[in-house]
Design a protein around this ligand. Structure first.
Ligand code: COA
Length: 346
């Protein structure tokens, strides 16, 4: 069968990321503490994943919306945006507070945003780039002026802390960006979203949804936790992250030398290194936060932008790439539109 031709999601009116903010919980879960829970060592975790610690949201009744609303509140303050001026809020999450209503609805209420459209996007670790793609389309269509995109996940709610191959990888966090019509030529130039549902077997939650609703038996069999076949996921993750980044580079007529920043999903330091190596981008130009936050699922890319914001200059060329459960994968080519140093100091 011939491959479908590539469709370019070029914006009629270009959208731009005009602000970024992040939130991580105060509680740190170190490798030493994990070594008290499961048969592992700090050395193994650092060597095999690059993770030294991750943040965990503690406190009864606190869900993903707690972190997402903190990130959105900070973003609104930093960008001097009144809640009434936001036209749309999209929340990328795989760990919603509830099956319904959506976490986006809850976040709007928590930050005082009323009477606008809001919805969740579920694409696992690629969720933020899926949501960014959707936001860019709303701006292109002229049907929204200011859109908040927040990626947030409380993975600690889904992790089996007796499964050493999975529990060391994930942490909790949230990152939010403001998406508006670009004022100049810089902004979200191109995006790609992809999926392959045949990947489900390697990474999923077996029970708790409509296929296998929760019962005492499913809980007893620990079927509500993340099931992951790490080695299989690893191989596809490297291939697809590098592929989507290479597609963006080729179709936007870039060279690897011209890319100022690779912004990869943070799942495993070895996946990040392998993706950068395949692309020929030195690690000095790769955003890395995995050592301190682990894999925060939909929050990794906005948290990277938040962490590196002070180093970003107008015109910087960013290639973002993510891979996650589904399988899903996605990429974005963005030229940065504002002085990150001035914005992060404000
Ligand atoms: C999970 C992952 C870190 C495991 O690393 P790996 O090098 O592939 O390790 P393997 O799964 O091959 O296991 C190697 C050995 O280490 C052991 N091991 C797994 N976790 C361990 C831990 N925390 N501490 C010590 N040993 C561990 C395994 O039991 C296995 O032992 P065995 O050989 O005696 O059976 C790695 O596969 C990975 O990162 N996969 C991708 C995960 C991912 O990206 N997920 C999210 C997608 S967005």
């Amino acid at each position: 069968m011939t491959k479908k031709p590539e469709t370019r999601h070029r914006a009629a009116a270009r959208a731009a990321i005009t602000g970024v903010y992040g939130y991580v919980p105060d509680d740190v879960l170190s490798n030493a503490e994990l070594a008290r829970l499961v048969e592992t060592t700090d050395l193994w975790i650092v060597e095999r994943t690059g993770i030294k610690e991750r943040r965990i949201l503690k406190g009864e009744g606190l869900g993903t919306s707690h972190m997402a609303s903190a990130a959105v509140k900070g973003l609104l303050e930093k960008t001097a945006t009144r809640p009434a001026d936001v036209d749309l809020l999209i929340c990328a999450t795989t760990t919603p507070d509830l099956v319904f209503p959506s976490t986006a609805n809850l976040v709007c209420d928590m930050v005082g945003i009323r009477n606008i459209g809001s919805f969740d996007v579920q694409a696992a670790c690629s969720g933020f780039l899926y949501a960014l793609t959707i936001a860019a389309q709303f701006i292109a269509a002229g049907s929204a002026r200011k859109i908040v995109v927040v990626g947030a996940d409380k993975m600690s709610a889904l992790i089996d802390y007796t499964d050493r191959a999975t529990c060391v990888l994930f942490g909790d966090g949230a990152g939010a960006v403001m998406v508006e019509r670009a004022q100049g030529r810089h902004g979200i130039v191109d995006t790609i979203i992809r999926s392959d549902g045949a990947g489900m077997q390697f990474l999923h939650q077996k029970a708790g949804g409509s296929r296998l609703p929760p019962t005492a038996d499913t809980v007893a069999r620990r079927l509500h936790y993340v099931h992951q076949e790490g080695a299989a996921v690893y191989k596809v993750a490297v291939a697809k992250m590098a592929e989507v980044a290479a597609d963006l580079i080729v179709r936007n007529k870039l060279t690897a030398d011209e890319v100022d920043w690779l912004v990869p999903h943070q799942a495993n330091r070895r996946i990040i290194d392998a993706t950068a190596e395949r692309m020929g981008i030195p690690l000095a130009r790769v955003m890395i936060t995995i050592h301190k936050y682990g894999n925060t699922t939909a929050a990794t890319i906005p948290l990277c932008l938040w962490d590196y914001e002070s180093r970003l200059k107008p015109g910087d060329k960013l290639v973002m790439a993510a891979f996650g459960g589904g399988f899903t994968w996605a990429g974005a080519y963005v030229t940065w539109c504002y002085d990150g140093d001035a914005a992060s100091a404000a």
